[in-house]
Design a binder for this molecule. Structure first.
Ligand code: SF4
Ligand code: MG
Length: 328
């Protein structure tokens, strides 16, 4: 069994007052294998960051389970929690916002070590900071400077060094390259790949852009309005997308291979992304789905494995349904 993280029927709802409930994450199930990169993709507001934060235990769950290395993340005692944060760390979209502007790079990177009482000896701690700076492609001269003196890409490297300070096994990267210039994005992705190889890291890589996750992910989960709608290996998602939403997302990405381009019709999604407060009945995608049928208004599609390792939630693939009546 290679599963390091299991997310089972996870729900995270937020009470918004006046009886309104924001269904940020609704019944999401997936697992992440040790050493892989699992990409979680979807438009902003679809719940992917909320999943990341709930996995980290930063949010309580509403229902379901998050199991990391055999332990339920939301039932850890203080000692276990301490150990958990050695194993799992997060990096964020805007490294500047997540770094204290009044702290030097050295202080920023050393902070998790201080919190966890790692090095009593300052010299050892500093050596570790130098080592981490070098691991992320910076150098020891950067240690006494301030985050604002660095470019966006360098700040993200500082954020990565900080996340590595406790020697984690698992990193949740929440849109780590979305705020960076395209040229810098590739550098940061390459750095993450190198670190993964060297340290055997596992990544949950969150992004809003499918072309971004493709480069780095082994498997990809596609989210829409708090729901996971499709999940499979990276290649099979691109070669054989099954969910109409994934098909639409992919049709918007230019493909270098002219043969594929021709066979892939551009799907334009009509309408706005609905609110996760009182989401549509039945299938959450039905208000924008070009394939919507009558049943899609009434019944929520079940999450099922339609091909080996290829999961989708869509009535089009429900073999038990005999009334796939189009809307007239
Ligand atoms: Fe479209 Fe219906 Fe499938 Fe939802 S269940 S994606 S509305 S066809
Ligand atoms: Mg987000």
């Amino acid at each position: 069994d290679n599963k390091i993280l299991e997310v089972k029927e996870l729900k995270k709802y937020f009470e918004m007052g006046k009886g309104n409930v924001l269904q940020a994450v609704d019944n999401v199930t997936f697992h992440v294998n040790k050493g892989e990169t699992f990409g979680l993709v979807g438009e902003s507001g679809c719940g992917k960051s909320t999943i990341g934060r709930t996995i980290m235990g930063l949010y309580n769950k509403t229902a379901g389970d998050v199991i990391y290395d055999g332990k339920n993340v939301h039932e850890l005692d203080t000692k276990e929690k301490f150990k958990f944060y050695h194993q799992m760390q997060m990096i964020f979209q805007d490294p500047y916002a997540s770094l204290n502007p009044r702290s030097t790079v050295r202080e920023v990177i050393a902070e998790p070590m201080e919190v966890h009482g790692l090095y009593a000896n300052k010299k050892e701690q500093l050596d570790r900071v130098y080592q981490l700076l070098e691991e992320v492609g910076l150098n020891r001269d950067h240690a006494n400077r301030y985050p604002h003196e660095f470019s966006g890409g360098q700040r993200q490297r500082i954020g990565i060094a900080r996340a590595l300070a406790l020697n984690p096994d698992f990193i949740i990267a929440d849109e780590p390259i979305s705020a960076l210039d395209v040229s810098v994005q590739a550098q940061v992705v390459n750095l993450l790949k190198e670190l993964q190889e060297e340290k055997g890291l596992t990544f949950l890589f969150i992004a809003h852009d499918l072309s971004m996750v493709k480069q780095i992910s082994d498997r990809i989960g596609v989210m829409y309005l708090g729901n996971l709608v499709e999940l499979t290996e990276s290649e099979s998602l691109y070669d054989n997308p099954l969910h109409p939403y994934t098909q639409a997302l992919l049709s918007a990405i230019p493909i270098p291979d002219p043969d594929i381009e021709e066979s892939r019709e551009r799907v334009i999604l009509e309408g706005e992304l609905p609110s996760p407060i009182n989401p549509p009945s039945g299938c959450v995608f039905r208000t924008r789905c070009p394939m919507a049928m009558e049943v899609c208004f009434m019944k929520k599609p079940v999450w099922q494995e339609v091909e080996p390792n290829h999961y989708v939630a869509c009535h089009l693939y429900d073999e038990t349904l005999d009334h796939k009546k189009p809307i007239t």
